[in-house]
Design a protein around this ligand. Structure first.
Ligand code: DAH
Length: 362
């Protein structure tokens, strides 16, 4: 084959590549040029008939054609791929402003549901809802709650510490909702009657502990509040929440740095057959389940909150929202609360518009 023939072959193949308007067409061109029976392949086979110098020259010329055609095919393929992608993206556009299809209807998470139930019950008793930050300073999370730096209770909290921005003690992810007691006392005057539901954090994880969980705190402060009020309030709450009018409630002496005296609260239950059930199982039944900590606010805590302990006194309690949700709705593993599994939520979730109230029921 002479030089002009070769350059003609190259030109015509490049023209075919350029006019290939789909990946299939391009593949056909490739086969017709470089395939087993392709034009270039045929020329390669013909080289054997030439001798010496002529064969070498023709071979080099053919290789240049082959390289040029291969490069052109590669470039054309990239261009066609880009066009195909554009077309696909245009076709698959999602209009995120469209309303969800009815089957995607959401459910209320049990934590939200139980929080609302608690707010409904305590709201009826005259409590309002207070809030505090998830990232707390050492003073509000510990010191002002009568937990000084060297106090062993600090170790028991498995605290997440953050990097300190300056030379003050490191901020923490609050280990309980009790700091909201201090924040409320700092900003309001007695009479105080608040609940504070919210997220809390401890470095702990198993079937009944997750690094993030929820608590609800209660604080009452005025001049005459006494332990009878504490007991009445907690007993009423437990019976309303579990919807068991004769639910046994027991107060057991305990210790918390921020209350004096302190009590843990147990409710009646049965563990017969390995199954935990909450309720009144009659005279002589002696099965108890701890559900919260409580006590009369320690005078030092009132003082830290800027309230005169010689004039005012109060009670407080705190409990795990996730824990009472597990008990009330029979959810065995706490970790599943935070798996974001839509099937779990369909099973344990609540219809969004059925807002709990004491009148219409929880
Ligand atoms: N803050 C305690 C905890 O996380 C719970 C608690 C106990 C809160 C007694 C209270 C209380 O307000 O009086 O374990």
């Amino acid at each position: 084959m002479t030089a002009p023939d070769i350059s003609e072959l190259q030109e015509s193949l490049l023209a075919e590549v350029a006019s290939a308007d789909s990946l299939d067409a391009l593949e056909a061109v490739r086969v017709s040029a470089l395939g087993k029976k392709g034009a270039i392949t045929a020329q390669m086979k013909g080289l054997g008939a030439l001798d010496g110098e002529a064969r070498k020259e023709a071979g080099q010329a053919l290789n240049r054609v082959k390289d040029a055609v291969q490069a052109a095919i590669g470039a054309r393929q990239a261009a066609l791929d880009a066009v195909a992608l554009e077309a696909r993206l245009a076709h698959e556009t999602v209009d995120v402003t469209l309303p969800p299809r009815p089957r995607l209807e959401g459910h209320l998470h049990p934590v939200s549901q139980v929080t609302e139930e608690c707010i409904a019950i305590f709201g009826e008793m005259g409590f309002t809802v207070a809030e505090g930050p998830d990232i707390e300073d050492d003073f509000h999370n510990f010191t002002a709650l009568n937990i000084p730096p060297e106090h062993p209770a600090r170790q028991m909290h498995d605290t997440f510490y953050l990097n300190p921005p300056d030379d003050r003690p490191a901020p923490v992810l609050r280990t309980h909702t009790s700091p909201v007691q201090i924040r409320t006392m700092e900003t309001s005057k007695p009479p105080i009657r608040i609940i504070a539901p919210g997220r809390t954090y401890r470095s702990d994880s198993d079937a009944t502990h997750t690094p993030m969980f929820h608590q609800i705190e209660a604080l009452v402060v005025d001049e005459t509040t006494h332990m009878g009020h504490l007991k009445g309030c907690i007993i009423d709450f437990c019976r309303a929440f579990f919807d068991i009018p004769d639910l046994p409630v027991r107060f057991r002496p305990s210790h918390f740095p921020f209350t004096e005296p302190s009590m843990e609260v147990d409710i009646g239950c049965s563990r017969e057959g390995g199954e935990l059930r909450i309720g009144n199982f009659g005279e002589g039944a002696d099965n108890w389940l701890e559900i919260m900590g409580s006590g009369m606010v320690h005078p030092k805590v009132l003082e830290y909150g800027g309230i005169d302990p010689t004039k005012y006194q109060g009670f407080a309690f705190g409990m795990g929202i996730d824990r009472i949700a597990m008990l009330k709705y029979g959810i065995p593993d706490l970790r599943t609360f935070f798996d974001a599994d839509i099937r779990w939520l369909r099973h344990y979730g609540f219809v969004p518009l059925a807002v709990p109230s004491m009148v219409r029921g929880l």
